[in-house]
Design a protein around this ligand. Structure first.
Ligand code: LLP
Length: 415
């Protein structure tokens, strides 16, 4: 499905021209397509089938209106903080469909998760497991847990978002996990639910996922042989998307890899997908302020910056940048190779490097692939109010987070 497309030379989101949105809400501005969220979720849930709970990884884009779309479709949720849990609950999500991952859960977060009755805590260390056991015992209940194992496979992605290697801070090494399951099985306040595993993000190659799933299977079988019968296997998230020229796995390819690795096991499955569900469902609209020629280098200075979209600065990530009016016709400026940069006072503040684009002051550009880890990673650096978020559905648009103002910037301070 092509949610963002040119129609009579104008870039559209579903049935609305993005120029209309930019006029209405000004720039910078995040715009999401509800149809794209729905289409991506349905593709994965159909491909993975009924035995798999597709959890949406809230960290990718936690706006309440976005979460409500996923609640409406029956998704589960993968959370990594008490704040994310509160978001899911306020969006109407059921606690029984929430899985809590993350290496540093605080005692308060564990207590809150147990008291609302979430489906599972994915445990990342022995120390965390015993903390959970103590809290559950104190609350006179049994904590549903899975150990998040570290399968030590190379996910073949950017180092900052690789999580399944021995040297990463995530998960419990396989051998240690095996021993820990045996110990945990004896604890009356722990209910062993499953095994969890997540090896990294923006995965384009399915082989590491297959390898990790095989290792999870081996552990499951080993534990079964020792009398520890688990209910579910959570294979994490990480399926990549196309930002530029990548060839990401299709939902069907992904489902087939999991099926092959886990066939015949009498367990439910869960996945924790973020980017693959929302990444290409969002854009960041930005206006060109100035074109600047430094002699050896041309710059296109826009009104969005690294505080609005951090991915290029942090990971050197590529985001396509498209003009709202298609590159055609004699009236357009010739393309020039430029760095697209924001107003923030850092040389790392760029949205694109050496990009051939045609732009003039006042033009509006769409930074594509900004639906995941875009607004979610934004900040107020340089005292910049964060942009609004707008949800489009068909011909309709709706403000789902207003633009921050100066009071929002300073309101919490105590001068
Ligand atoms: N489950 C766990 C335990 C995770 O740590 C993550 C992502 C996910 C699921 C969802 O992964 P996804 O399906 O979205 O790849 N800020 C980075 C991505 C960080 C991902 C962190 N963990 C970026 O902008 O590329």
């Amino acid at each position: 499905m092509n949610t963002f497309h040119y129609h009579q030379g104008e870039l559209y989101c579903e049935d609305l021209s993005l120029a209309t949105i930019a006029r209405y809400y000004a720039t910078p501005c995040y715009v999401y397509s509800e149809a794209a969220f729905r289409e991506r979720y349905h593709s994965f849930s159909m491909a993975l089938g009924e035995g798999t709970l597709v959890c949406y990884a809230v960290k990718a884009n936690g706006n309440l209106a976005v979460l409500r779309v996923f609640v409406d479709m029956g998704a589960g949720f993968d959370i990594v903080s008490g704040g994310e849990m509160e978001r899911v609950l306020r969006a109407g999500g059921a606690p029984e469909k929430i899985i809590f991952s993350g290496v540093g859960k605080s005692a308060d977060e564990i207590r809150a998760a147990l008291s609302v009755g979430i489906a599972c805590l994915n445990v990342e260390s022995a120390a965390e497991l015993w903390r959970i056991a103590d809290i559950a015992a104190d609350m006179r209940l049994r904590a549903p847990v899975a150990l998040r194992v570290n399968p030590d496979v190379d996910p073949d992605t950017h180092a900052y978002i690789a999580t399944g290697l021995k040297e990463s801070k995530f998960g419990i090494p396989m051998d240690a996990a095996r021993a820990l399951y045996l110990e945990a099985a004896k604890h009356p306040a722990l209910e062993l639910k499953g095994i969890a595993c997540h090896i990294g993000s923006q995965l384009l190659n399915l082989a590491p996922l297959a390898e990790a799933a095989m290792r999870v299977r081996a552990l499951y079988e080993d534990l079964s042989a020792q009398g520890i019968i688990l209910e579910h296997l959570d294979l994490g998230g990480g399926v990549g998307i196309r930002y530029h020229e990548e060839n990401p796995p299709s939902p069907a390819d992904y489902a087939e890899v999991l099926d092959q690795a886990l066939s015949g096991l009498p367990v439910k499955r869960a996945v924790e997908l973020g980017r693959a569900l929302v990444g290409n469902a969002g854009v960041l609209l930005t206006r060109v302020e100035y074109l600047k020629d430094n002699g050896s280098k041309q710059f296109c200075v826009v009104d969005a910056a690294m505080n609005d979209l951090l991915r290029p600065a942090l990971y050197g990530a590529w985001h396509d940048i498209l003009p709202l009016r298609e590159d055609a016709g004699p009236s357009r400026e010739p393309k020039q190779v430029m760095d697209v940069v924001g107003p923030v006072c850092e040389s790392g503040d760029f949205l694109a490097k050496n990009r051939a684009i045609s732009a003039a002051s006042g033009d509006i550009l769409a930074v594509m692939g900004a639906g995941a880890y875009g607004f979610a990673m934004s900040s107020n650096y340089n005292s910049r109010p964060r942009p609004p978020e707008v949800l489009v559905h068909g011909h309709q648009h709706r403000l789902i987070r207003r633009r921050e103002n100066r009071d929002d910037l300073m309101g919490l301070e105590l001068p």
